[in-house]
Design a protein around this ligand. Structure first.
Ligand code: FAD
Length: 298
């Protein structure tokens, strides 16, 4: 049995693993995808204190090396259910079941889908949700970014030096930027922006060839489409197990304790006003500290 099992290897999960391991606990991190979470997909980060400018992949690797170097165990698996008993929690995963004295859920969030015809069919064949992961496949090609916010701008900026052309399709009459200042538009001069437009279908044969916009008569030719319309927590499987808000975010108290005994949550997956690396690491540290405290009191 593990002292603490952390689910998710983004900045929240890895911070809680580092804190837990440094307190002498037996710690396992379960990750269903790539180590590093969303951070591994970010082109450049300029607002994480201590780093003037750092590539997301580099920061994610540093978090991982720190945890691994301390002796944190890692397993590739996906949590599908949780069950609490008197002194332990069972983590039911796709490949097996794990037992822990305390659990920290750092599940982050998943990309939102457009839900249009062709999106699923051409996934990996022109449809992507991650420019840092797939951008290089579109060298000297024409691509479209679907979205109106910071993620769409970040995606377009990443793709600009790689692709022949980059267009943005925004459903609003302007871009809705929170993190980027308005002056960022100067860096988007080579990007054609289709405002007040919705993608209604993605077409092609073997791979993406065009998209249909409700604002344009003719389909827009493109080799690829990067969907950057925000994220949503992937917590459906926790409905009825833990208290969630109406959007699926996990409710916690200020100690990151969830509604289930011995189960804590941190990072983007919790109900919180700011979802950033710095808040993920901060809440990860709180969750671990509280879990450690609970173990020492047991
Ligand atoms: C394009 C983009 C740019 C960004 N730019 C910045 C920026 O400049 N500065 C900044 O501070 N923040 C930025 N962010 C936000 C930042 O990346 C997130 O706030 C942060 O990564 C959240 O960390 P987390 O650990 O909570 O979750 P995540 O990073 O989402 O990690 C969660 C992990 O949990 C895993 N997981 C989920 N469910 C399960 C399960 N059931 N079983 C096993 N594993 C599971 C996932 O695979 C994932 O690896 C950006 C995000 C994006 C998408």
């Amino acid at each position: 049995m593990y002292d603490i099992v952390v689910v998710g290897s983004g900045p929240a999960g890895l911070t809680s693993a580092i804190y837990s391991k440094r307190a002498g606990k037996k710690v396992l991190v379960l990750e269903r995808g790539l180590i590093g979470g969303q951070v591994a997909t970010i082109a450049e980060i300029e607002n994480y204190p201590g780093f003037l400018n750092v590539q997301g992949g580099q920061l994610a690797e540093t978090f991982y090396k720190q945890a691994k170097g301390l002796g944190v165990e890692f397993k590739h698996d996906e949590l599908v259910s949780l069950k609490a008993e008197k002194d332990r929690v069972f983590l039911i995963c796709k490949k097996g079941t794990y037992e822990a004295k305390a659990v920290i859920l750092a599940l982050g969030s998943a990309s939102r889908e457009l839900n249009v015809e062709g999106e699923k069919q051409f996934l990996g064949k022109g449809v992507s949700y991650c420019a840092t992961c797939d951008g290089n496949f579109f060298k000297n090609k024409d691509v479209i970014v679907a979205g109106s916010g910071d993620s769409a701008v970040s995606t377009a900026l990443y793709l600009l030096p790689i692709c022949k052309s980059v267009s943005i399709v925004s459903k609003y009459p302007n871009l809705k930027l929170k993190a980027y200042p308005p002056a960022i538009l100067d860096r988007l001069q080579d990007v054609k922006i289709f405002y007040s437009s919705n993608i209604t279908a993605i077409n092609g044969t073997e791979s993406v060839e065009s998209v249909k916009l409700d604002s344009q008569k003719a389909p827009l030719k493109t080799d690829g489409i990067f969907v950057a319309i925000g994220r949503t927590p992937d917590t459906q499987f926790l409905k009825g197990v833990l208290e969630l808000d109406e959007k699926g975010y996990i409710k916690t108290d200020e100690h990151m304790h969830t509604s289930m005994e011995r189960v804590y949550a941190c990072g983007d997956v919790i109900v919180s006003p700011v979802k950033q690396i710095v808040t993920a690491t901060a809440t990860g540290a709180i969750a671990a500290t509280e879990a450690i405290k609970q173990l020492s009191e047991a």
